[in-house]
Design a protein around this ligand. Structure first.
Ligand code: CU
Length: 120
């Protein structure tokens, strides 16, 4: 758990260091929200600050047991800046890590991670 949190923190710091000088695709919102405790979601929505290239944008969902959770084919919403990922595996209660990577329309890559918790 501690290692996962540190990883998420390091990713956030990495984004901060990239700084506002670059207009990369930064994660601006997510459903469920970062650090939220929720009922098991059937999909994850990640909103970015720029349009995305779907082929090079995706997530890895890791469960409380450290195993990868199966996800379906990702899609973009009509505006092209929100990634929608169906969750196909079961989500028992616990903390999950979403590791995301993105390629924006301007050709820049970004990545990061956040944690969400599925309640009992
Ligand atoms: Cu950029």
């Amino acid at each position: 758990m501690t290692r996962i949190r540190l990883g998420a923190l390091a990713a956030l710091l990495g984004l901060g260091l990239a700084g506002p000088a670059f207009a990369h695709a930064h994660l601006t919102s997510s459903v469920p929200a970062q650090n939220a405790t929720v009922a098991a979601p059937t999909a994850l929505r990640l909103g970015f600050s720029e349009g995305l290239e779907l082929r090079f944008t995706g997530i890895k969902l890791t469960g409380p047991d450290g195993a990868a959770v199966p996800t379906g084919d990702a899609a973009l919403d009509p505006e092209g800046a929100t990634l929608i990922v169906p969750v196909t595996g079961a989500l028992p209660a616990g903390a999950y890590t979403v590791d995301w990577h993105a390629l924006s329309k301007d050709g820049h890559t970004t990545k990061g991670s956040y944690v969400l918790t599925v309640g009992p």
